[in-house]
Design a protein. Structure first.
Length: 336
């Protein structure tokens, strides 16, 4: 199973590219960059810089969208980065989330995702596309794999039906993960679709203490309709649809301590600890390696790890995973 690292483009582009190179040197297989035009640097510019700084690691967007970016613009940008990183660029797309909310737009519907992916795939494949009254094509096309981020049943099936890969936002808890993979496979039928699991991660020997930082993540999942998935793993929370005073949202809060405090009445310390142990990869290096093995056995082909925080770089996570967890995984693979 391939192991990736999520790097928010929250620093000058040169620093992001340098960290991508360090992740490659540390043994990571993939590096993923999120896209939110007001929060971070432009995702395709950052991916291009990372392509020039690396030679082996796969690069991906996690994820861009078809609301703030027209599908034709997405296709052109993806083709350009793929030229700079031949065979090692993945186009991750999704509903928009933090890219659309701060500019007053709504997330993509399933129908809009379907239409956007069709346009991008046709353009990258060299086929003409009807844009209202005109029919156009992309010069110098180059196929790029499209991976759809999904959490709900309909988009999970859509990922299986149309995408080359599904990026699961369901965490690593066995029951929700199995349910999500089943939905992807229902949509895929006989097609092979790569399964990538996104997971918050921290190497620690004190999970209850570290878990407090996850309260906004847990609350946001509940707000987005994920309470039933949380309940499957024994995490029971009841969170209002909006918590005032957190900008721009719970997952990307500029003041993380304030976001944690805003969630305290709705996410108990016990619930946060269970969330950390079940949905996330919080624990010792040995425990994380064991959980990753379970994720692989569940059917995942890849996982990308992320730290809590949108405006600092994951230096600690990269170092801890690179020096403590990846050696365990390599030893087990050699033995197998």
């Amino acid at each position: 199973m391939r192991v990736g690292l999520r790097i928010p483009p929250c620093a000058p582009t040169g620093q992001i590219a340098e960290l991508a190179r360090h992740a490659e040197d540390a043994g990571f297989d993939e590096v993923w960059f999120p896209d939110s035009q007001l929060l971070w640097r432009d995702v395709f510019a950052v991916a291009a810089a990372a392509a020039a700084a690396t030679s082996r690691v796969t690069l991906g967007t996690a994820v861009t969208n078809f609301v703030t970016r027209h599908p034709a613009v997405v296709a052109s940008a993806a083709r350009t980065v793929a030229e700079l990183a031949p065979g090692r660029f993945l186009l991750g797309v999704g509903v928009g989330d933090s890219a659309v909310g701060p500019v007053g737009l709504r997330q993509s519907t399933g129908a809009e995702l379907r239409a956007g992916m069709a346009v991008v795939r046709d353009l990258l494949g060299g086929d003409p596309v009807d844009f209202g009254t005109v029919r156009s094509r992309l010069r110098d096309p180059s196929p790029v794999e499209i991976h759809l981020a999904a959490s709900g049943p309909r988009n999970l099936r859509l990922a299986g039906e149309l995408a080359d890969g599904a990026i699961l936002l369901s965490g690593v808890a066995p029951a929700p993960l199995a349910a999500a993979i089943t939905k992807v496979r229902e949509g895929a039928g006989s097609r092979d679709v790569r399964i990538t699991v996104s997971a918050y991660c921290r190497v620690t020997d004190d999970v209850p203490r570290a878990a407090r930082e996850l309260k906004p993540i847990c609350a946001r999942i509940a707000q987005n309709g994920g309470a039933p998935f949380l309940a499957l793993a024994g995490v029971h929370v009841d969170v209002p649809s909006h918590l005032p005073g957190v900008y721009p949202d719970l997952v990307h809060a500029e003041d993380w301590n304030a976001a944690v405090q805003a969630c305290d009445p709705y996410v108990s310390d016990e619930a946060a600890t269970t969330f950390a142990r079940e949905f996330c990869l919080y624990g010792t290096a040995e425990q994380i390696a064991e959980r990753l093995a379970t994720v692989r056995e569940a059917g995942a082909h890849a996982v990308f790890l992320q730290h809590v925080g949108s405006y600092d770089l994951p230096h600690t996570l990269m170092t801890d995973i690179g020096t403590q967890v990846l050696p365990i995984l390599r030893t087990r693979a050699d033995v197998a």
